[in-house]
Design a protein around this ligand. Structure first.
Ligand SMILES: Nc1ncnc2c1ncn2[C@@H]1O[C@H](COP(=O)(O)OP(=O)(O)OP(=O)(O)O)[C@@H](O)[C@H]1O
Length: 567
């Protein structure tokens, strides 16, 4: 059975392959015209002063050149179409896959891995439309040329056989060494780029903590390793190419010498020798091309492997079996345990909680106690390792992300925004959200007055990741984004951590108001929010230390340091 990476490539290349083979057949047949032409000129025109024959031969070869040109053009077009299919179809599939993968899979690999996947796509695209593929398609015709040469010039057969074996050995050695060196080169490049990526992400920390020098040292180490692996790969590839070139020259010399002896023994004509030499060129060209394209082919094989592996990963659920009515807002965690890595101890252990419908519910606990993880599980972003989450009475795992996003609003700790306008961000970049809905969400989140006051209002560009706004402003816009469509459940991760007193009080009032119709679950350390909550859950080291009505939990919480509750 075909490896899935080759299956993926054949999906794109397969439909074009018969056409390519037919065109290559004709191109290779036409390639016989030159040796035939030369043979005729040497053996007939020169010896018999046949100028009329020469004219006919020149006319014929001109027609052949023209036909050959059009065929090559057509072959290039076909390969360009294949490249376009890779770009469009695979590009679209890859983006949809990356966007559709479960959050846990996305978080399990460093961020730049995903960018590299799109470079993999470019590698596949460029190789599929490049000279290496033409050389591969030309490969079967080598056998044909070999047979022809043996038939035409039997005394040269053993020279051709030796040349073919020498190229096969070189190709094999090249494949093994250059393929491996290419892989090492990529890994070294990725390690170096990871440092660069982090420097860009953590630029403010780098500057404020004066970490530029040590980080540069780290990057230079990475760069040195990358250069060393490039040089090694380059050396191996150059050696193969040079050995290939030398083999080509040796083949010509051996053919000419053996041919000369055969001519002296009257076993062959001069024309046959010249023709055999030209045919040898046709035989060696695709082999040399393959050897010099080996790096591209090895990269394409690895890239296709990575792409195929990602494309085979299971998605988050995309489609719903049935369009269920809007839930009332009851959210229940049933004996939920969760571990980020299967072999590590669980971050959450056997959590059972019920929220709503409606009400303001607070979750508190020390750093690292699992509050954010709990919220992500409640939002279906992570699947529990054990237990389940129920939305009303339905198991959360049956719902698609689209449906969950409509029913559960989620405001992450950093309030990340995407480059674009405030309006686009609140509307989740959907053209289907009406202005009235955006305004209502902004008013509910208490961000309308601030946005309306900006010179470009809702058209204001937020910058990369929302960088043109303060963290508090970003968080308020993120709350508005979560409220679009008035989901029956709203999850907020420390929404007041970056707000001033006044904004905190305003948000508290709004959350209490929202709690009358919506189940609001908020991770918070804000005393004001805790006091206004209907229920409080205290998490310690991934376990529920205390949970219940806030008037019961709060006095114990106030009397104890949160870290000591439940111990
Ligand atoms: N992506 C991850 N991979 C592995 N472990 C993680 C990951 N994210 C969090 N953890 C671990 O899970 C535990 C709980 O983290 P979580 O972020 O849920 O805590 P938290 O209570 O929200 O903390 P904080 O109050 O600091 O935000 C921590 O021990 C943390 O180290």
């Amino acid at each position: 059975m075909l490896d899935r990476r080759y299956r993926m490539l054949m999906d794109k290349l397969g439909p074009a392959l018969p056409g390519l083979l037919v065109m290559s057949l004709f191109i290779n047949l036409l390639a016989l015209a030159t040796p035939l032409f030369v043979m005729q000129v040497y053996d007939r025109v020169i010896f018999h002063a046949g100028l009329t024959t020469l004219q006919a031969l020149v006319l014929g070869i001109c027609a052949v050149i023209l036909f050959d040109f059009f065929l090559r053009q057509a072959r290039s077009r076909v390969l360009q179409r294949v490249a376009l299919a890779v770009d469009v179809d695979l590009g679209r599939a890859l983006f949809a896959k990356v966007a559709g993968l479960p959050l846990q899979v996305l978080e399990a690999r460093p961020g730049h891995t995903w960018q590299f996947l799109f470079r993999d796509l470019e590698t596949v695209r460029n190789t599929v439309a490049g000279a290496a593929i033409v050389a591969i398609v030309d490969l079967p015709f080598i056998v044909f040329f070999l047979g022809l040469v043996i038939w035409l010039a039997p005394p040269l057969a053993w020279v051709f056989a030796i040349v073919a074996v020498a190229f096969a050995v070189l190709g094999l050695w090249n494949g093994l060494t250059v393929g491996h060196a290419t892989r090492l080169e990529r890994e070294a490049g990725m390690r170096r780029d990871r440092i660069l990526n982090e420097i860009v992400l953590g630029r403010a920390v780098m500057k404020s903590a004066a970490m530029a020098r040590p980080l540069q040292d780290l990057w230079e180490d990475g760069q040195a390793a990358s250069i060393a692996s490039s040089i090694r790969r380059g050396r191996l590839a150059d050696s193969s190419m040079n050995v290939g070139a030398s083999l080509g020259v040796i083949a010509t010399i051996a053919l000419t010498s053996v041919g000369a002896v055969a001519i002296l023994d009257l076993e062959m004509t001069v024309g046959t020798l010249v023709a055999a030499n030209l045919l040898a060129g046709r035989l060696i060209a695709p082999l040399s091309q393959l050897i010099s394209s080996w790096r591209a082919l090895a990269q394409m094989r690895d890239s296709a492997g990575r792409l195929a592996a990602i494309l085979a990963e299971p998605d988050d659920r995309r489609a719903d079996a049935i369009d269920l009515p809007r839930p009332s807002g009851r959210l229940q965690l049933e004996a939920v345990s969760f571990a980020y890595v299967p072999e590590a101890p669980p971050v959450l252990g056997n959590i059972s909680l019920r929220f709503g419908p409606g009400g303001l519910h607070a979750i508190v606990g020390p750093n690292g106690s699992g509050k954010t993880t709990l919220l992500k599980i409640a939002h279906g972003l992570y699947r529990p390792s054990k237990g389940r989450v129920l939305l009303d009475d339905g198991d959360m795992s049956q719902f698609s992300r689209d449906q969950i996003a409509r029913w559960i609003g989620y405001v992450p700790q950093d309030g990340f925004l995407f480059s674009g306008s405030v309006r686009e961000n609140i509307a989740r970049f959907s053209g289907e959200v009406a202005d009235a809905e955006i305004l209502a969400a902004a008013q509910l989140a208490g961000v309308h007055a601030f946005v309306a006051d900006l010179p470009d209002g809702y058209d204001t560009q937020v910058g990369e990741g929302g960088s043109r706004f303060s963290t508090g402003q970003r968080q308020r816009i993120a709350i508005a984004r979560a409220l679009v469509g008035r989901p029956p459940i709203l999850l907020l991760d420390e929404p007041t951590s970056n707000l001033d007193r006044e904004a905190e009080e305003e948000l508290r009032r709004q959350l209490v108001e929202l709690g009358k119709s919506t189940t609001v679950i908020v991770v918070t350390h804000s005393p004001a929010l805790l006091q206004s909550s209907d229920s409080i859950t205290v998490l310690i080291k991934g376990n529920i230390a205390l949970a219940g009505r806030s008037d019961q939990v709060l006095p114990r919480l106030m009397g104890n340091n949160v870290r000591q509750v439940g111990t």
